[in-house]
Design a protein around this ligand. Sequence first.
Ligand code: HEM
Length: 320
Amino acid sequence: MPMPTSLPEPQAVASSITRSAIFLVATLADGDAHAETVRAWCADVAAVVRAVGHRVPDGNLSCVCGFGSDAWDRLFGAPRPAALHPFREFGAGERMAPATPGDLLLHIRAEAMDLCFELATQLLGKLGDAVRVVDEVHGFRNFDMRAMIGFVDGTENPTGREAAGFTVIGEEDAGFAGGSYVMVQKYLHDMAGWNALPVEAQELIIGRRKLSDIELDASVKPSNSHSALTTLDDNGQEVKILRNNMVFGRPGAGEFGTYFIAYARSPAPIEQMLENMFVGRPPGNYDRLLDFSRAVTGGLFFVPSADLLEALADRGGAGQ
Ligand code: HEM
């Protein structure tokens, strides 16, 4: 898809990889006064990020805000982003990607947790009773970019102009150009089960070598490996998404997790990957990583451009 030449400024979607992150998912409280608080807050976010981030110039602090489908209507009414809808569930039974409540997503990243913590505190302080946080995850970068399951994560992410091309909305929805879609899922792992597998079996599940991170040769890479099922081909063109997963957990509670977060220009490629993983491509040929990983949350959000986020403060919600 061609990119228009003068896009509104995106939020910090393509911010570089940091050591720390906080993921906050919140629901909106009822009532017009609370909706007005959230709208007014939209115009403040950038200034708060500047104020906190400026104190640590190398800290690389950023925040991306996204809004769920129902929340968009309540807060901002029409027009709405063309592809925004509630999170679509995939799979069934034990292997299921569930939708869970969420109106507002904050993806806060920085080199150090103190910066993330301070920004989360300041931004939530301004929101007050207008929202209720329903999920809060403090994530960290694990050694040499390793996911909880011990494999290097994020290798095949697009970078630079390619990343912008895959994540930033352009002429296909001109009123929302400069925006993105973001999907989050919180996964918990059965680490005892995973660690009991021989490394060679783990490598066939992921589709890459564990130590070196080199992709398995096509002749040995299974069609149900994670990397095969998440590789999408659109008439010979690969369709990519931008992931920034983080590791989290509480060893004392036996909790070992991956916070999956992915940005894209449309929800469709991320949904296709979920279908391939949970249902299988073809159906039944599913991602064996899911035998050791359970999705416990799921949300889809629209990320307005930085310019639109600020301007949203002046918009009325449904029926206003
Ligand atoms: C249990 C949670 C997950 C873990 C631990 C995980 C881990 C990994 C690892 C280790 C890789 C290989 C290195 C890389 O290129 O990043 C990878 C690749 C990838 N994953 Fe995941 N992932 C998870 C969930 C997901 C989900 C839910 C999606 C999409 C809906 C996804 C999409 C991708 C994509 C697109 C690639 C690159 C494939 C390629 O081009 O070779 N992952 N993941």
